[in-house]
Design a protein around this ligand. Sequence first.
Ligand code: AMP
Length: 480
Amino acid sequence: MEHLGEKCAVFGIYGKGLDVARLSFFGLFALQHRGQESSGITVGDGARLLSHRGMGLVSAAYNEEHLKRLQGYLAIGHNRYSTSGNSMLTHAQPVVIDEVKFPQVDQFHEDAETGIVALAHNGNLPSVEALKKFLKDTSVVLDDRSDSELMAEAVGQGLKMGLSLPDSIKAVLPLFTGAYAIVLATPNMLVAVRDSFGMRPLSVGKINGGFAVASESCAFQAMGAEFIREVNPGEMLIIDDHGLASEQVMAPNPKLDIFEFVYFARPDSILSGKLVYDVRRNSGVELAKECKIEADMVVPVPETAMPVAVGYAAASGIPLEMALVKNRYIHRTFIEPEQHVRELGVKLKLTPLAPVLKGKRIVLMDDSIVRGTTSRQLIKAIFEAGAAEVHFLISSPPVKFPDYYGIDTPKQSNLIASQKTVEEIREFLGATSLHFLSLDGLIRATGLSRDVLSTSCFTGEYPIDLHERSKDVTYEVPKD
Ligand code: AMP
C-alpha cells in the first residue's frame, strides 16, 4: 500500500436551523493552511448523508450549487494536504461507507449520497496491521485503502451490527494505533475523538444553540462561533438532539506535536492553552538570547516566521524590515511534488526588495529547514538583491527524523539535517552563518513542559509505537 500520510484539517457542526454546509465552508476556509489539495463536506439531514468533494483550495472545491444541495442540520468537513505526488479526488475526505456516488460531472468535483457513516481524519496511523486483521473477514477490499478509510470501515462494522455510533467507535478505538483527531457523522449524530496523546489539535465551540468542532480554534472566529475549549486527549464528544456530551474514553497522555507551534498552526489558534502567536514570538526572544549577531536588519520569511522576527527584533534591538514580499495568492510550495516545480514556486512566491537589502547585513528568520531547497533559493535571491551578509536563524532545532503522525515530512534521507552537519548545511545554503534554536529554547518558548510535547522530528523519540515503520528510521545522524 502506498503510504498516504496526511496533515489535514477536520471540522464538524451540529445545529438545527443553521446553514451547516455554508458554515462548514467558512470553517474549512479558515483552516485552509492545513490542507490545500482537496476539500469535502458531508451533511446529515436526519435520514441521509449528502457529500461533495472537490480538488484544490476550498474556494475552488465548492460553488453555490454544491452548497445549496447540501441541506441538513449537521455536517463534517475536511481539507486534505498531501506531500505525496498522489493528488486525486479518490483520496478526498470525508470518507463515507456504503455511499452512492453520482455520475461525475468533471474530474475536479464529485457528489454522493446515502451511506452509513462519514469520517474525516487529521493525523496518521503508522501501522494499520491491527485494523486490517480486524477487517480481514469482511467482504471489503483492504488493499490500496488509506488508514482513514480503514478506520471508517471498522466503525461501519459496529453500526451494521446495530451498535450506536459512540459504541461502534469505542469497540475499535484500540485498533487505531497512531495519531488522530477524527470527526464522524451518521445522518443524526456527530462524534469527535482525539487520540490519547492529543498529537493533533482539536477544539470545540458553540454557535447559535449549536456546536462546532475544528482542528484549530481559529476556525470559530471566522464563522461567528465562540471557542469553548480544546478537546482533551482521549476524549470523545457526542453531539446530537440531547446537546453536547463528553466521555473520557482513553486515559490521557498528552504529547502535542511541537511542530504545530513551529510551523503548522495559524498564529491566532490556541494549542494546549497557548496562543501560537505568543509561542512564535517567544521563540524569537529565545533565539536572541542564544545567538547575538551584528546586523543591520531582521527580515522574516513570510508568513510563519513573522512573529519570530518580531520577538528577535524586540529582544536584540535590530530593526525589523519586511524585505521579502509575498504573493498572497500562492499556497504553500511544499505540495508541488516535483523538485523543479517547487524551486520555481519559490520565485513565484517571494520577491526580495533590492532597495531595502542592498549593502546590508541581514538576519534572515525562518521557522524550520526541511529539505533545504527553498531556503537555498531564497538566500541566493537575497544576495542577488545586493545583501552584504545573510545570517540565517531558524526558530526550531534541525529536523533530523521523519514524521509518522500526520505532518508528513519527506523520507528521512531527504531531510537535510539527517545528512549534513550545521556547517555543511550552511555551506549548502550559501548563508554567511546559520543558527538553530535549541530544543530547550523552543520548549521554553511554548511555556509547556517537555513531557506534554512530542518532539519526534528533532529527537527521534516517538511517543506512539511505529511498529513496522520503525525500521525506516536511522539514528545515524549528524550529532551537532
Ligand atoms: P526548505 O528550505 O525546502 O527545507 O523549506 C523550508 C520551508 O518549508 C520553511 O519556510 C518552512 O516554513 C516550510 N515547511 C516546514 N515544514 C513544512 C511542511 N511539513 N510542509 C510544508 N512546508 C513546510
